[in-house]
Write a protein that binds this ligand. Structure first.
Ligand SMILES: Cc1ncc(COP(=O)(O)O)c(C=O)c1O
Length: 405
């Protein structure tokens, strides 16, 4: 698609802009949903019926009434009380000792990722990430001129042996390796959780080759089996920047995320963030702060984890029954199952046909890959879809696969 027009003198960075493939699909799904019922496995969101909206409404009513400055700006880096709550949260839930000076509140993890791109990436810099990886980070950092280098993922997460070999090769070729980006828990779209050994290995690699790692922790709190420490827990040298988000447990629309980093990074991020947004929305900062301070987070998270684990199991059983020959993971965390179709078909064509013919929406995984290896893979979300629609949707997915075989 051509985004440039000769009539406008856009900045050179616009040359790097690609339209988000997922946004295009989402628009199509919503257009079709307006005319007929669609079973959607395409989301990356929590179930609206699991989010305690009534509780939020009570808390919001209170904070708007009680806090005289609830509708004024907060400091750019976030309300001091929320930064303190997040620092406590990092210790309690992640085993990371930090202080409010190292925490900066953002508009979702998305803004933290964008600010880090703005802060670190010069055109031509290399960024190493998982292949596949989160498409919005890829699009966002390519906008700053990043050259993305992918490293394969298996059931244990990114292959760190291979990652080290890639780092060595790039450095020996004289390339600038600016960042390593990883989604260790509940990977989007691969659905896998990185093993503890690989987490430690990745932190060692960062230390050995003097690299900075951005750890995207968006799904760290949706874990169904086992428990995992973030990379930041193993980092003793300030080489890991933790990007956190309350989206996936408390609600994507609240738009509260944060980054936890050295005070040096926090200070510069603060300076570049202020002119663009002044601060994250204050009523939402106050809401999240009260949820944390009043000890409500535990119960909200517990309910979400129980509900999504059940839905995951329903989807796994339906896949086992109706979709033979496909390769897919059993996610121990996150929201997604990545499925390699047993037929040689372009996943974008497949997703289109499934939506048109059977009114079932899935996300083609192709745009999440840096090469052609995801050509026939699709991403299935199991958290937002209604539990009683899962079997029907998967049955139809199986039908289309058989028709194409
Ligand atoms: C891997 C990953 N990182 C970050 C985000 C950003 O989420 P938010 O900006 O809502 O925190 C998402 C959302 O889908 C995601 O999947």
């Amino acid at each position: 698609m051509v985004l440039m027009s000769a009539a406008y003198k856009f900045s050179y960075r616009v040359n790097f802009v690609k339209p988000s493939p997922i946004r295009t699909l989402v628009s199509k799904i919503s257009a079709i949903s307006a005319t007929r019922k669609v079973v959607s496995f395409a989301a990356g969101e929590p179930d609206p019926n699991v989010i305690p909206r009534d509780l939020y409404s009570t808390i919001l009513g209170k904070v708007l009434h009680e806090e005289a400055k609830s509708c004024n700006y907060s400091p750019t880096e976030g309300l001091p009380s929320l930064r303190k709550s997040i620092a406590d949260f990092m210790w309690r839930y992640e085993g990371v000792k930090t202080s409010e000076d190292n925490v900066l509140v953002t508009v979702g993890g998305s803004q933290a990722i964008d600010l880090l791109g703005k802060l670190f990436i010069d055109p031509g810099d290399h960024v190493i990430l998982e292949n596949p990886s989160y498409v919005n980070t890829m699009v966002d950092w390519e906008f700053y001129g990043a050259r993305l280098v992918g490293v394969g993922v298996d059931a244990e997460g990114v292959d760190t042996q291979n990652l080290e070999a890639v780092v060595k090769r790039l450095l020996s070729e004289g390339r600038r390796v600016k960042l390593v980006y990883t989604i260790p828990t509940g990977h989007n779209p691969a659905g896998v959780v990185m093993s503890e050994d690989r987490r430690k290995h990745l932190v060692e690699i960062a230390s050995r080759y003097d690299l900075l790692v951005v750890e995207d922790a968006a799904y760290n709190h949706l874990v169904y089996e086992g428990s995992y420490k973030p990379l930041s827990h193993y980092d003793k040298e300030g080489r890991v920047v933790y990007v956190g988000s309350f989206s996936k447990v408390l609600g994507t629309g609240l738009r509260i995320g944060w980054l936890n980093a050295s005070s040096e990074i926090v200070e510069v991020v603060k300076a570049i963030k202020g002119p663009s947004d002044m601060c994250a929305p204050v009523p939402m900062q106050l809401l999240v702060d009260r949820v944390l301070r009043e000890g409500l987070y535990d119960q909200i998270k517990r309910r979400a984890v129980e509900e999504y684990a059940r839905k995951r199991d329903t989807m796994m059983s339906a896949l086992d029954e109706y979709v033979q020959g496909a390769v897919y993971n059993r996610p121990r965390g996150g929201m997604f199952i990545l499925l390699k179709l047993p037929v040689d078909v372009d996943s974008e064509v497949f997703a289109d046909r499934l939506l048109e013919k059977y009114s079932v929406a899935v996300v083609p995984a192709k745009p999440f890959y840096l090469d052609d290896s995801g050509r026939s893979s699709i991403r299935l979300n199991f958290t937002m879809v209604k539990a009683d629609e899962i079997e029907d949707g998967i049955k139809k997915l199986g039908l289309l696969i058989r028709e194409l075989a």
